[in-house]
Design a protein around this ligand. Structure first.
Ligand code: KG4
Length: 341
């Protein structure tokens, strides 16, 4: 507690970002330190789990101390520690969970484990101080494409998810095929701006009527086959048109399903979250669809969309306020059901 404010230290290490943050009263960010490993994993074209764990281990103390220092507080001022305990890479998660438990034990501070997706959704509470549940949330990241009905801060229902590739994963794979490098999402986003999104009619998979699930492996294969066929025929590829058309085929389906879910569940607010929420086309399509349907659209700034610990800190705060506390037996869970957040 400092200046009458409840301070939460958040820790995130589920994939390739080592992050720590201090928030006051859940939603005010006092510090948000993110140490990205992207440069190392770029050399391999994707995240190498063993390297990620080792880098987390090297960075975690520095990042936590940096977050406390930037917030101008010490561990004695911290009222709660929130940590991502799943889902994610097991070796990576273990580093954050072990650090959080050690600090909780040393400082006699309560600890709360946070589901990574719950964290992503909570980034919206930080970005929009007036946002209150209920609302529809769409989490689009490298590992997930989910539509969630947020009934209350700790009462969330998963309405649909990707049955195969997540949107970010499909974008990263197509970027690799086009030789754009890793991570592919931002590269496709940038290149698509120079292309014609209606140049190539790539597959759109909407699945059964009324389903909020997604499937992106079909469009991914369609693009790969298109690229191979054109290359074999000796035709020059227009990468900008491919990027733009592929991006449209993914983002259009996400925006359509998200707005349909909000309408079916009677929600007048829709919040975007996850790394792919930084995508400029997705933001535009969602904004337009929401406006046309009288839905208020929320999306955090890009730094709160990709993995960070401020969102984890915020989610932990609301769990703690609702009476949830974990013990020092809190474990890292590579697979964690959404209803166990
Ligand atoms: O949420 P995040 O940082 O990590 C996961 O939890 O997965 O999301 C990373 C994903 C990557 O697949 C990356 O390519 C994608 O987000 N991404 C984007 C953009 N910025 C990041 N995808 C599309 N457009 C962007 N501007």
């Amino acid at each position: 507690m400092k200046d009458g404010k409840f301070l939460t230290l958040g820790i995130e290490s589920s994939c390739d970002e080592t992050a720590a943050s201090v928030t006051a009263d859940g939603r005010q960010v006092l510090s948000n330190i993110i140490s990205s490993q992207i440069d190392i994993h770029t050399l391999f074209g994707g995240v190498v789990p063993e390297i990620a764990s080792r880098k987390h281990l090297e960075n975690i103390d520095k990042v936590i101390n940096g977050a406390l220092e930037e917030a101008g507080v010490s561990l004695d001022d911290i009222d709660l520690i929130g940590v991502t305990h799943g889902p994610g890479l097991i070796g990576a998660l273990l580093v954050g969970v072990a650090a959080a438990k050690a600090l909780a034990f040393a400082g006699d501070i309560p600890i709360v484990g946070v589901h990574h997706l719950h964290g992503h959704i909570s980034a919206n509470y930080i970005a929009a101080p007036d946002l209150e549940p209920p609302f529809t949330a769409v989490v689009v990241s490298g590992g997930n494409t989910d539509i969630v009905d947020v009934r209350d801060y700790n009462d969330l229902e998963l309405l649909g998810a990707s049955r195969d590739d997540a949107a970010g994963e499909a974008m990263d794979k197509i970027a690799r095929v086009l030789g754009l490098g890793y991570p592919g999402g931002p590269k496709i986003d940038a290149l698509a701006k120079q292309g014609n999104m209606h140049a190539i009619d790539f597959k759109r998979v909407t699945l059964e009527k009324g389903s909020y699930d997604f499937s992106f492996s079909g469009v991914k294969t369609h693009v790969i086959n298109y690229v191979n066929t054109e290359r074999q025929a000796g035709n020059e590829l227009n990468n900008a048109d491919i990027a733009a058309s592929f991006q449209l085929s993914i983002m259009e389906v996400i925006a359509e399903k998200a707005v349909a879910a909000a309408k079916e569940y009677g929600r007048d607010k829709l919040a975007l979250a996850g790394g792919v929420a930084a995508n400029s086309l997705l933001r535009r399509l969602m904004e337009e669809a929401c406006r046309a349907n009288g839905i208020e659209f929320y999306r955090p700034e890009p730094v709160l969309c990709t993995d960070n610990a401020a969102m984890i800190s915020c989610a932990a705060y609301y769990k703690f306020k609702a009476g949830h506390v974990d013990g020092l037996d809190l474990d890292a869970k590579p697979v964690l059901d959404f209803d166990r957040f």
